[in-house]
Write a protein that binds this ligand. Sequence first.
Ligand SMILES: O=C(O)[C@@H](CO)OP(=O)(O)O
Length: 272
Amino acid sequence: MIRGEQYALFPAAESYLILIRHGESMWNEKNLFTGCVDVPLTSKGVEEAIEAGKRIRHLPIDVVYISALIRSQMTAMLALTEHHCKKVPIIVHDETEQAKVWSQIYSEGTEMQSVPVIKAWQLNERMYGELQGFNKLETAERCGQEQVYKWRRSYDARPPNGESLEMCLRRAVTYFKEQIEPQLSSGKNVMVVAHANSLRSILMYLDKLTAEEVIHLELSTGVPMLYIYRENQFIRRGSPLASMENGVYAYTENLATYKQNLLDEVLDEVSL
Ligand SMILES: O=C(O)[C@@H](CO)OP(=O)(O)O
């Protein structure tokens, strides 16, 4: 029995929250401020998305949230091609009444074999204003390293006509609390694929980080982070099967056991 199927048999005392920053984008590769400019993944980013899918393939997923930007959407759909349940991820279109009617699935059986993927602009990357499109290194040479570091990592500094992390947090965490947390408390397992700063703002909420602590929080592209949601609490479980690369989010002390359990399941599956 795979962990996910075992889990489905018992009432939900807890549910899983998987967070993934999208894989490397074409502007990440060029080191350009991206924000809400809608650029695709590089081939490396595609590989990262598939690798992320391999790491979470045994974790139960009932609903997926993506931003309105293609790099988040590509990452989610590619990761789900690796999921053991082989359910079909289907992007929900309810932006208009017509979109809702035209995208309806009429076969109940087929619908049972799908995972709803919900698009939310509130999960978009923080809008970088007049920095969007400029090279980060060149901007640091032009405006000063200290200033650019503040714009990139502090809680309340706003890039010119852009969003501060605080402003991004207001929309992303509000959405998380109002739309995603109720899913978790009803026992649904959720995967969120978003962006460096929209996820940093959500992690501030989950881990109760201060404005000082969040400055040091860096997220790697395409590396899943896992939380267990239990009695309205979020327990961080690190990154399943991730290599111990720098900057990847915290690990739990029992990751070795967790990793071994997952590997055992994979070996069991292979030996079936
Ligand atoms: O340019 C961006 O949108 C972000 C994420 O790539 O950059 P930074 O990590 O510097 O906030």
